[in-house]
Design a protein around this ligand. Sequence first.
Ligand code: HEC
Ligand code: HEC
Ligand code: HEC
Ligand code: HEC
Ligand code: HEC
Length: 204
Amino acid sequence: MATHQQGKKQRSRADWLLLVVGLILGSAFGFWITPTILYAEKPQPLQFNHKLHMEQVDNGCKSCHKFREDGSFSGIPGIKSCKNCHSGDEPLGNTPAEKEFMKFLKADKPIPWQVYARQADNVFFSHAAHAENAGLECTRCHGKHGESDKLRPYEYNRLTGYSRDIWGRGPIGLAGPPDRMKMDDCAKCHRDNGVNQACFVCHK
Ligand code: HEC
Ligand code: HEC
Ligand code: HEC
Ligand code: HEC
Ligand code: HEC
């Protein structure tokens, strides 16, 4: 009888131990391994230093990220705008970034930047509405990218192809903008600002 009791006690202790070990392994999988399996990296075509360039321009961010006459946003500046300062003949070409950059300049080829904030094709987004009409700061949605001195690798979800920045970099995805830009995050700010909640506002 006594040994039977003892065996039961030992067994239940072993069960608890298994449960705890299982929880730890499970969490490790969720927090650490899943993101590693789920996301793949693509390097940017070359490095770009926002901080250095902000010291060279006269009109802040708008020197390069302009709104056109028709109100549309020009996005990432083309190679032509780099040529305002970089002729291609200058003695630039010591660092790897400079060498890569020289190749694009000489060939007059567009630089295939990966866009961290890129949304799926069925999502409509307008910078004029947000940065001009609503007067939102770039940092509200993009964080400190405009002050950065180098680019991190672009990461995308292997299953959906979405940029990792949409779901956020945290393992449990509880953040909001600028660390994450999911449908809920867009909708939350829209609700707070009385913007029409209909699906067709954001989906075309
Ligand atoms: C307003 C002038 C100006 C414009 C416009 C400009 N640059 Fe530069 N850029 C500079 C200056 C000045 C340097 C520093 C040069 C040096 O260190 O000798 C520089 C340096 C660089 C470097 C080397 C920096 C490093 O960290 O190794 C790269 C790469 C570069 N620019 C890319 C670009 C690209 C891409 C564009 C276009 C989107 C661009 N630049 C537009 C002025 C400009
Ligand atoms: C000299 C030109 C230049 C200036 C000035 C400049 N940018 Fe950029 N910006 C670029 C280039 C080139 C890229 C593409 C490489 C990259 O992602 O950084 C870019 C990309 C970006 C992106 C895209 C990030 C994504 O989702 O992929 C953001 C956001 C951005 N810039 C914000 C800013 C802000 C904010 C400022 C002002 C504080 C600014 N930029 C000033 C040239 C410029
Ligand atoms: C309300 C959030 C929000 C604000 C504010 C905002 N952006 Fe964006 N930005 C986005 C989203 C979302 C995308 C991706 C759009 C897409 O995929 O259609 C984006 C994309 C970009 C890109 C890449 C564009 C391209 O199509 O190549 C640049 C550059 C950029 N933003 C710069 C800026 C700058 C500079 C400001 C400030 C003047 C700014 N953004 C303000 C949300 C925002
Ligand atoms: C920080 C607040 C904020 C965030 C985040 C935000 N929006 Fe908005 N959005 C606004 C405001 C404010 C307006 C109304 C602007 C106006 O009056 O034109 C608006 C308007 C719009 C419009 C209507 C533009 C038009 O044609 O009138 C669209 C589409 C839109 N947002 C899409 C998005 C999407 C997609 C996202 C997420 C990727 C997003 N927004 C994130 C604040 C936000
Ligand atoms: C404020 C802007 C906004 C509104 C309003 C909105 N969506 Fe979205 N929706 C998004 C964005 C941004 C994404 C992409 C990011 C994501 O998956 O969260 C998305 C993604 C989706 C997806 C794909 C989900 C996935 O995981 O791939 C579906 C389905 C969808 N929306 C349906 C709807 C329906 C139905 C409505 C109306 C009830 C609606 N959306 C209203 C912004 C919006």
